[in-house]
Design a protein around this ligand. Sequence first.
Ligand code: ATP
Length: 247
Amino acid sequence: MSNNALAISNISYDYGNQAALNAVTFAIAPGQFFGLLGPNGAGKSTLMALLTRLLKPTSGDIQVFSRSLSAQPSAIMSDIGVVFQQSTLDLDLSVLQNLNYHGALHGLSARDTYIRVSDELHRFGLQNKRHARVRELNGGHRRRIELARAMLHRPKLLLLDEPTAGLDIESRAALNRHVRQLCEDHNIAVLWTTHLIEELETRDPLLILDRGTTKALGQADTLLKEHNCDNIGELFALLTTPSEAVA
Ligand SMILES: Nc1ncnc2c1ncn2[C@@H]1O[C@H](COP(=O)(O)OP(=O)(O)OP(=O)(O)O)[C@@H](O)[C@H]1O
């Protein structure tokens, strides 16, 4: 039995007769920041949908902390925090209302919700925004609220699908630093999905996906040596199909 936070074995998914993922295999250790890098159409969102049970794999197995997602879905979902590419906050509710609702959905008592919401708002530097309506906040604040919400039930695995979508460069870098700190401080495993090479570092474990197929898997610095590349951008360009060439 493995000690991985997430273990994906030979996962495939077809939309009708179109293959979106083809026998993808990788694992993330507890506390690890893992980068899933792929151009448009690589299959990143499809994988995220499989991990959150919005879709069922055509074949293959997904294990979270050594438990099969298909066999024990409810127990496993409480170990997972998710931020989707598109915001799922209610814009007309306040920050507190959005977070309190999530606490209730996870069966937290009012007292626990109060304490955890205060902790998370503090962690993300959002205490002074608690009564603001989400609609009034900028993109960077909204993304931090989504992360705070994803952390509320204390997951041990965070699934982040292009979490910096729509943010400016500074906010993107700040969010990326913040999540890396969460990994270090709280031993949270993170799947960070992106098509932006600057969000990944050479020390990161990395999967490069292109049109549903694994093009590279391993520590980024090792992959750079293997492929004789100077940086992740060069590696990405070497192994993937430019977005405009994807039908
Ligand atoms: N609902 C669907 N029906 C049919 N094909 C789909 C559907 N959703 C995605 N696809 C196809 O599956 C493949 C993978 O798409 P997916 O959205 O998972 O990629 P992605 O890496 O998330 O891309 P992006 O960065 O553009 O979101 C693409 O060829 C896409 O056209």
